[in-house]
Design a protein around this ligand. Structure first.
Ligand SMILES: [Zn+2]
Ligand SMILES: [Zn+2]
Length: 261
């Protein structure tokens, strides 16, 4: 089994810097100024992400290396057929993997067993940057298992995945944030990226809004897939999932139990 590196990688540096910057922006200009204790909320979401990350690491770190080695040795995958290098390869990888993330997220809303795990991301009734961490270990295990097939199908390397994740983290931190990004700035950003004004709608407790805006980095997939939706009154959105309003679902034990409800 690979030993976790304690060295600060570009991915962890980008993730930490963007998370802290957004935390400051949320304190300066929040969409919901009266939200409940943000530090308590952050601590709960941090706990669930640590639990989920440890489970995924223990189950998948070695398997991922083995699958990648097989992909390289056998020349598997679509990208193995086209000689791409440098920025062109990075662009193709980001576009392909982001399309997969859109489809996977959409499946998480449509397939009952996947939704049972995914819904803890949506039961958060006080969304902010830390909601980007709030995933059930079961969802991340299923996502990592499906990801192994995608690695083989596209012929991805672990370096490709690292580049994608390094680009994705600041975008998902921003679009979960409680920072009230001015509408005109959001409009400009969402010509390319998934933005807060889009993702706030995705966390609404209204079914039609919940089942929209599935994108991770690029906004184009929701436009193509007919799932792009906006509201001009984001401060009137009620976050959460109907039936999970009880405070007990916000605790770490409550989050872990949510798939069984
Ligand atoms: Zn979702
Ligand atoms: Zn979200």
């Amino acid at each position: 089994m690979a030993i976790p590196s304690l060295v600060v990688t570009p991915k962890t540096a980008v993730a930490a810097a963007s998370f802290l910057a957004i935390l400051l922006l949320e304190g300066w200009r929040p969409l919901f100024p009266l939200k409940k204790d943000r530090w308590h909320h952050l601590a709960r979401n941090a706990t669930i992400t640590v639990i989920a990350s440890v489970v995924v690491y223990l189950l998948f770190s070695s398997v991922k290396l083995l699958v990648e080695a097989q992909v390289r040795a056998n020349g598997w995958g679509l990208l193995g057929m086209i000689p791409l290098t440098g920025l062109l390869r990075t662009t193709v990888v980001v576009v392909l993997f982001d399309a997969w993330m859109y489809l996977w997220h959409r499946m998480n809303h449509r397939i009952r067993i996947l939704w049972r795990f995914h819904r803890i991301h949506h039961t958060d009734d006080a969304m902010d940057v830390s909601t980007a961490w709030r995933f059930h270990p079961g969802e991340l295990v299923l996502s990592a298992a499906a990801g192994l097939f995608i690695i083989a199908l596209f012929g991805l390397t672990l370096q490709d995945l690292l580049v994608y994740e390094t680009l994705m983290l600041p975008v998902i931190y921003l679009h979960h944030s409680d920072f009230y990004l001015p509408g005109r700035v959001d409009r400009l950003l969402r010509t390319v990226l998934v933005t807060p004004w889009m993702h706030w709608v995705h966390h609404s407790n209204k079914g039609r809004e919940l089942n929209s805006n599935y994108g991770s980095i690029l906004s184009v997939w929701d436009r193509i897939g007919g799932s792009f939706r906006l509201r001009d009154d984001p401060d009137a959105i009620v976050y959460g999932v109907k039936g999970f309003e009880d405070e007990g679902w916000q605790t770490v034990v409550g989050m872990l139990r949510t798939p069984l409800a």
